[in-house]
Design a protein around this ligand. Sequence first.
Ligand code: GDP
Ligand code: MG
Length: 264
Amino acid sequence: PSSGNGLPNFRRKPVIIIVVGMAGSGKTTLMHRLVCHTHMRNIRGYVMNLDPAVMTLPYAANIDIRDTVKYKEVMKQFNLGPNGGILTSLNLFATKFDEVISVIERRADQLDYVLVDTPGQIEIFTWSASGAIITEAFASTFPTVVAYVVDTPRSEDPTTFMSNMLYACSILYKTKLPLILTFNKVDVAAHQFALEWMEDFETFQAAASSDQSYTSTLTQSLSLVLDEFYNNLKSVGVSAVSGVGMEAFFKTVEASAEEYMETY
Ligand code: GDP
Ligand code: MG
């Protein structure tokens, strides 16, 4: 039987989409857009918020860390600053994550995707024990992919672009999950330049060498490293604001989920 939305029916479990990216890259706005898209297309989605410090969300979360952990209380109780508060809240939530997995498992037959929003400060999720525990809990139970959100207009400078790609690279090697470079805000700047730089490292080197302040030998070595990294990646251009690229995004998620099934 078809699930009714034209999606292939080869899997019974939902695909987990972990949305990560630098603060301000547009994770939360993109989550909202993806949720709207799933509603419009009768795709059965589940939404999870893992940011304990967010004040208001533009979407309704099915599972929200804020229902379980009160970030402000955690700060007071453990005498922590904002980042320590977020990290400790995430640690507390991670200890109960088997319950979260059970909730999703019980609904697995009725779900196509689980969209996961992560804390504003990327390293709190990607470089913490609890982030690793949560990622591992997902990936050992369901096909799991990482959507790395890039602020496209702010990555037009070659140096910034390279830093961002090196960060994405570190996430790929840390999670060992299929990674989707999600170039967001294409309503402001098209991501064509990024595709060209990723396609041909000499094009990137030429762009970078026009920046006098940059160490050209380091740039050249790193762009070779990244050339190998790009071969293992999928990318898509989206706009959380205009809604461009949503079909392409879910297509890429499907391809990445298949990659997961073959590899893990
Ligand atoms: P987060 O910190 O990664 O969750 O980022 P937010 O979703 O809070 O977005 C940060 C800022 O970028 C907000 O002002 C958004 O309105 C803006 N933004 C997000 N996505 C887009 C987009 O696709 N296009 C434009 N023009 N702005 C966006
Ligand atoms: Mg956010």
